[in-house]
Design a protein around this ligand. Structure first.
Ligand code: BGC
Length: 677
């Protein structure tokens, strides 16, 4: 038997079974480890410069997997740098995310890779989490849809996608040690659904998390890896560890169901595995299972016929930059816009002054494993200058001195570009002195002072926020007329910003998380915790339950036009609830709206959130245009997990169907429906 393109599942299965019969133990163990010297690579600061080999066998014609990372693009130099995942989550545009996956898949292949480690779908439990920017938001449904879309796009190019970090990895500094206590419903209903969604989408591999869950490291956690992932969900791919180091001992990893130790063999060494087998601590079947899963998965992807070629010219090309631009345009969220100060009218301005630490800086986000190294990044200042040409005078001052005040006085409009960078938040890598969880959720003191000073001189002071998560703003929010959340917006971020400020693009992003007024309204967070309890409520479900009023609600985002909702209807057909609503653009500008569907559980017999996001749809509308928007919710998505019966159950109650432009009660139409199960 030989390995060839176009092998079907049965042929692959037969091949792998026959190889397993011929392989020595040592050869099998080679299928379970990374091949590199990761530590050396970090020291050289060369991490991310090339794809990273693991597993494979020349003798048996099994290709290695060649890993590269993300998620804001492929991390290898020259690749397209997209807005971070959190920004993309704010676009609520699943088709666009799939398209981004498509680009990433092409670029992985052009770099010689076949495995993309960048489907990061951990839940944003608390905005201080350092790696918030790598995921899509606080809601499991939203994250799941985005993770699935990225997986679809990437895997189209026969690149294996890795969903990570499995599971409950929502604190950065303590990630290597923290034990997450969690009850069964919270695990199943809040922390797992998005992983399940990606597995259903066919995601090839899973990366285990560093942290512990219920006292066991996730990489050793047989309940997570064997019972739930490979058992309940019937996951067919393989599980690899996180990198520094996700395996703590040979027996723990192998009995736990972790197939591959990355980035190199420390505990999955031949002699250690041999000894564990001799002592009866692990079984031959476990080794065959791990090696078999790896070979089967790699062959499945490597033998598929490609539908295109993958030349180097694809990497960071103009077409890909255009998609990065579209993502930046669709993701920026207009939080506040008093007296319609935005969009700015070019004809009514002579001078615009731009302040702030990030006006002139290529600030694309984290400097850890998701850092995409690219030279050409359009900063806010460049984007605005390029957009305005010579028509308007653009004054710039980084702002932290007295001359800033003079400038603000002279200008018709002031723009203050402030927020966070890779030192404030990101993957915590001690060696590189970057990242970690945030100690406070507000802006830095000197940025707050800058906002206050400029807004005192210029009533048209617009704040542009850079960051990957919620920033609290109560101290200065009332003093400025407009606030735009611009995120880490990728290679074309400055271009998108200018187009939004001057109205060429109508902002349409909506918050994928809740912004609190006061951090006290959030669940407990301790970046150095040895142990922490993850409760059933966080984000908008927590705010709903406690009756807290957020600064900006989940799903909030303004537009330069106004959308009106009417005529909410539903019908129940077989296994679905089908809702329709008329959305009308009542303003003078074309625009995009994200229609959100929530289900309310007010009549529930058990403890449940007030409401949960269960569907959404993005529409574009011309002035005066009305569209009937249809959103389907499958009945099984209404179920809760009953730990007593160990099954998902659908309550026979009256549910509330909410549809509108944000999660805020006043933005939602509602109706009731019953399910006849
Ligand atoms: C990160 C992972 C990443 C891996 C390899 C780890 O430290 O936690 O997210 O995929 O490094 O880059």
């Amino acid at each position: 038997m030989e390995v060839k393109k176009g092998m079907n599942e049965k042929e692959i299965e037969d091949y792998v079974n026959s190889v397993l019969k011929q392989m020595s133990l040592e050869e099998k163990v080679d299928q379970m480890v990374g091949n590199g010297l990761f530590i050396k690579v970090v020291e050289d600061r060369g991490f991310g410069k090339r794809v990273y080999d693991a597993t494979g066998s020349k003798k048996f014609n099994i290709p290695p997997f060649k890993f590269t990372d993300g998620p804001r693009g492929v991390i290898i130099p020259g690749s397209t740098c997209f807005p971070v995942s959190m920004a993309r989550g704010a676009s609520w545009d699943i088709d666009l995310e799939q398209c981004i996956g498509d680009v990433i898949g092409e670029e992985v292949r052009a770099h010689g890779g076949n495995l993309f480690g960048g489907v990061c779908i951990n839940l944003l439990r608390h905005p201080a989490w350092g790696r918030a920017q790598e995921t899509y938001g606080e809601d499991p449904f939203l994250i799941g849809e985005f993770g699935a879309a990225l997986t679809r796009g990437v895997q189209k190019h026969n690149v294996m996608a890795t969903a990570k970090h499995f599971v409950a990895n929502s604190i950065e500094n303590a990630r290597f040690k923290v034990n997450v206590k969690i009850d069964e419903r919270t695990l199943r209903e809040v922390y797992l659904p998005h992983f399940k969604r990606c597995v259903e989408e066919g995601c090839a591999t899973i990366m285990s998390a560093y942290n512990k869950l219920r006292g066991k490291y996730c990489g050793h956690n047989d309940y997570l890896l064997r019972d739930i992932l490979k058992g309940d969900w019937k996951f067919q791919g393989f599980v690899h560890s996180d990198w520094m180091y996700g395996v703590k001992n040979t027996v723990g990893g192998i009995t736990g169901g972790l197939d591959v130790e990355m980035p190199r063999a420390k505990y999955y060494k031949y002699r250690k595995i041999k000894r564990a087998l001799e002592w009866g601590n692990i079984s031959q079947a476990m080794i065959d299972e791990a090696a078999g899963r790896v070979m089967r998965t790699i062959l499945k992807y490597n033998t598929k016929k490609d539908s295109q070629t993958y030349g180097q010219d694809l990497i960071g090309c103009e077409e890909h930059r255009k998609i990065a631009l579209e993502a930046a345009e669709k993701s920026m969220v207009l939080l506040k816009n008093e007296k319609n100060i935005l969009p700015l009218d070019k004809n009514k301005i002579n001078k615009i002054a731009i302040f702030g630490k990030y006006a002139k800086v290529k600030n694309t986000g984290d400097h850890g494993s998701s850092n995409v190294r690219i030279k050409k990044v359009i900063t806010p200042l460049e984007g605005i200058k390029e957009y305005l040409g010579d028509s308007i005078e653009v004054l710039h001052n980084n702002g932290y001195n007295n001359s800033a005040i003079k400038l603000a006085k002279k200008a018709d409009v002031s723009l203050i570009v402030v927020g966070l960078n890779h030192k404030d938040e990101g993957e915590y890598i001690k060696e590189l002195r970057v990242g970690g969880d945030r100690d406070f959720l507000s802006l830095h003191r000197k940025d707050i002072e800058l906002i206050k000073a400029v807004s005192a001189e210029n009533e048209k002071a617009i704040v542009v926020l850079i960051g990957g998560s919620a920033i609290t703003m109560e101290e200065w929010k009332a003093e400025v007329p407009a606030i735009l959340m611009a995120w880490y917006s990728g290679v074309e971020g400055g271009t998108a910003l200018a187009k939004i400020l001057f109205g060429d693009v109508n902002p349409s992003g909506k918050l994928p998380f809740t912004i609190p007024k006061d951090p006290k309204n959030l669940p407990f967070f301790d970046k150095n915790a040895d142990e922490i309890e993850y409760g059933y409520y966080h984000g908008y479900t927590f705010f709903d339950k406690e009756g807290y009023v957020p600064a900006f609600a989940f799903g909030h985002g303004l537009s330069y036009t106004k959308f009106n909702y009417s005529n909410l209807q539903f019908e129940i057909k077989e296994d679905k609830v089908i809702a329709t609503v008329d959305v009308k653009n009542d303003g003078k500008k074309a625009g995009g709206e994200v229609v959100q569907l929530y289900i309310g559980f007010e009549q529930s017999q058990i403890e449940r959130p007030i409401k949960l996001l269960k569907g959404f749809s993005r529409v574009s509308l011309e002035p005066n245009e009305i569209k009937k928007v249809k959103i389907e919710v499958s009945k099984k998505n209404l179920a809760w997990y009953n730990p007593k019966t160990k099954s998902w159950e659908i309550e026979k109650i009256e549910y509330t169907l909410y549809i509108g432009g944000s999660s805020k009660a006043e933005d939602l139409l509602s109706t009731q429906f019953n399910l006849n199960i």
